[in-house]
Design a protein around this ligand. Structure first.
Ligand SMILES: [Zn+2]
Length: 215
């Protein structure tokens, strides 16, 4: 738990670590994140910070997992993309302080991403859109064939062939790309018409084994 409301995570390449440690950057050894505070931000550290106003999740690196599923609408196979983090910080519910976590976790219902991250995800069918059913605005998968919106609640929270309870067989067939750069985003913002709703944005990535075929 980091008992500071405003932190500024820093994207530090390995070769610069000794420099920034001398410039007042702090290291959180659970999440693996280098950060500073607004009152400590100096010219030397500013170059390592992203240009973002608000965020509630930060991770020192992230994995872009590209898997396949059959579209609910046209039933054709389409690629789908999910972001996984294994060490991260998340802002506490009351907006004060941060919790450091080490756990294989999918991040979804992502409302905003800095340009640095958008350009590293590189997926033409994953973009900001609004859900017809819930009114949530977030980075969403779309069918590559018919364009149908493939909502995160179904992909990450319901048991099906997507990311929720993804099998070991499925993750081995997926394309897993590690991006060794700082990740920050805002996720889990409620819809405009229901500002008090709590929207889930993290779930464990478990990779279950398929049951053995019966004899
Ligand atoms: Zn489709």
């Amino acid at each position: 738990m980091i008992d500071v409301t405003d932190i500024i995570p820093l994207d530090i390449p390995t070769e610069s670590i000794s420099d920034v440690a001398c410039q007042g950057a702090h290291f959180d050894d659970i999440s693996g994140i280098w950060y500073t505070e607004p009152r400590e931000l100096n010219e030397a550290l500013r170059g390592y910070a992203y240009d973002v106003d608000t965020f509630n999740v930060a991770a020192p690196y992230y994995l872009v997992i590209t898997s396949k599923m059959h579209c609910w609408s046209c039933h054709q196979p389409t690629r789908i993309h999910g972001l996984m983090i294994t060490r991260f910080m998340k802002q506490n519910q009351d907006g004060k302080g941060w919790l450091s976590v080490r756990r294989n976790t999918f991040l979804f219902h992502i409302n905003s991403l800095p340009d640095e991250i958008k350009k590293n995800i590189k997926a033409s069918n994953y973009y900001l859109d609004k859900s017809k059913t819930t009114g949530l605005r977030y980075w969403m998968n779309h069918c590559e064939i018919c364009g149908e919106r493939l909502g995160d609640y179904e992909l990450f929270c319901l048991e099906d062939e997507a990311f929720h309870q993804m099998t070991v067989e499925k993750i081995l067939r997926a394309n897993v790309r590690k991006v060794n750069k700082l990740f920050v985003s805002t996720a889990g913002n409620p819809a405009d018409h229901a500002p008090k709703d709590v929207v889930r944005y993290l779930c464990d990535a478990r990779f279950v084994m398929n049951a053995p075929a019966s004899p």
